[in-house]
Design a protein around this ligand. Structure first.
Ligand code: FAM
Length: 435
């Protein structure tokens, strides 16, 4: 057995015993109370899920196994002379719960490189779609077409012991992560680059190779991809994509089915699609003004118009966060180092000065600060990746790291099928009136 898989199994046995103990001793302890409002309002603030890979603090932002994004940028392994962390290292951290050594990240690069072959029929399936199909739709369909490769689905149909589920799920998760960059790059080059594809470069790391297959070989773009793939990977368990993967996986749907479902959630404009919406929104602003760097008054007018039209300001707000997203800050730092004079980036920074007080003024927006999506598109545009409809696919490739590590944990801990109780408004009225 691969040594990382062995380590995971050992950690899972350890935590499994802890959980058993916890449930035996404290299983009936109350964690939370649920209000009528919460059942109608997206269960906001209800603690009802366990996700081992990361934890979100409303003020400090995301921590992966206790490590913040600035800490990870310091501590995770990098390529020689690299400035940004390797996502392989983050995956190791989320899966095993400890910081990796360089050789662990390197090992994962090699394992994923070896497993990265995408079957021809997946490309054939994509080729049958109208070229104007949204890249996220193509991505979901491509993942579904790859489900033919699921070792879990096959083993389950052959008949396996429950205790072995985790092992097959792990294999599927590793294969899927390995193949996603190739699938995503295929979709990108088919739709935007005349269907001319670029062969993988086995000497590169997972994110570096992804950048290469997309057609961007600039060193600083590769660094951006490593950062991008690291910071988008996980945001605890309750967000739409992570929760969906967990929920669908709880029916023992294999990782291909569960991950494709999560990607359909990520494709929503209030979730991952917000990154394309931000660029579209800024481009419309520029078109209205005839180009150039808009001043603060012009941005303010545009923001107010957006709100008056009953639309949200994309890239701002969050269901849990209550401060500027550290993922936004990490990208801002990257831009200050690599592209401080970029016009679009400067517009993003100016929007950051203008939007929060206006949202605060509304009195209802719980978090007026920018999230990860407010910044990511401007960085990509700088390097020539201007096709903003593709941005959520990049988010999705990264998100695989967190949600699939979590799915491995779900099966290793033998979590049951998820089934919260729902009620009707009739029931609710009877309840509040004491009937
Ligand atoms: N612009 C305008 N109004 C906003 C707003 C924004 N950016 N963010 C929240 N609001 C409104 C919201 O629509 C709601 O209005 P109504 O009561 O009239 O329905 C009110 O403020 C209270 O909402 P909330 O409690 O502050 O936020 P929620 O937890 O319900 O929703 C978001 C959170 C992220 C869906 C919401 O802030 C939003 O729509 N933001 C813009 C889209 C976006 O950037 N999404 C990406 C989130 C990102 F982190 C990710 O998933 N990738």
């Amino acid at each position: 057995m691969d040594y990382i898989k062995e380590r995971f199994k050992a950690k899972a046995d350890e935590l499994g015993a802890d959980v058993k103990d916890l449930l035996k001793q404290h299983g009936s302890k109350k964690l939370d109370e649920v209000t009528v409002a919460q059942t109608y309002q997206g269960m906001r603030g209800v603690t009802g899920l366990v996700s081992e890979t990361s934890l979100l603090d409303p003020n400090d932002g995301i921590r992966f196994r206790g490590y913040s994004i600035p800490e990870l940028r310091e501590k995770l392994p990098r390529v020689p002379d690299g400035s940004e962390p390797l996502p392989e290292g983050l995956f190791y951290l989320m899966l095993i719960g400890e910081l990796p050594e360089e050789k662990d990240a390197q090992h994962l690069s090699n394992v994923w490189g070896r497993r990265s072959q995408v079957p021809r029929h997946v490309f054939n399936t994509i080729d049958k779609l109208p070229p104007d199909t949204h890249p996220m739709t193509q991505f979901g369909i491509g993942i579904m077409a790859m489900q033919t490769e699921s070792v879990f689905a096959k083993a389950y149909s052959d008949g396996i012991n429950k205790k072995e589920y985790w092992s097959y799920m792990y294999e599927d998760a590793m294969n899927l992560i390995a193949r996603l960059p190739r699938l995503a790059a295929y979709i990108y080059r088919r739709k935007y680059k005349g269907n001319v594809h670029i062969e993988p470069d086995a000497s590169l790391d997972w994110a570096g190779n992804f950048a290469h297959m997309l057609g961007y070989d600039d060193d600083s773009f590769r660094a951006l991809m490593r950062l991008y793939m690291t910071i988008h990977a996980d945001h605890e368990g309750g967000n739409v994509s992570a929760h969906t993967v967990h929920l669908v996986g709880s029916a023992l749907s294999d990782p291909y089915l569960a991950f494709a479902s999560g990607m359909n959630g990520l494709a929503g404009p209030l979730h991952g699609l917000a990154n394309q919406e931000v660029i579209r929104w800024i481009q419309q602003l520029r078109e209205e003004l005839g180009g150039g760097l808009p001043n603060k008054a012009e941005i303010e007018k545009y923001v107010r118009k957006t709100l008056d039209e009953g639309k949200v300001v994309p890239g701002y707000g969050h269901a849990v966060l209550r401060k500027t997203d550290p993922r936004f800050t990490a990208q801002m730092e990257f831009a200050k180092k690599h592209l401080p004079d970029d016009e679009l980036v400067n517009i993003v920074w100016r929007v950051y000065e203008v939007v929060p007080p206006i949202l605060q003024e509304l009195g209802k927006v719980k978090n007026p600060w920018p999230n990860v999506d407010a910044h990511s598109g401007a960085l990509l545009v700088h390097y020539g990746l201007v096709e903003y409809e593709f941005y959520t696919v990049l988010f999705g490739v990264s998100r695989a790291l967190g949600v699939l590590a979590s799915l491995c944990w779900d099966r290793a801990l033998a979590l049951p099928i998820e089934r919260p109780k729902s009620v009707t408004t009739r029931w609710m009225k009877d309840f509040v009136s004491g009937k």
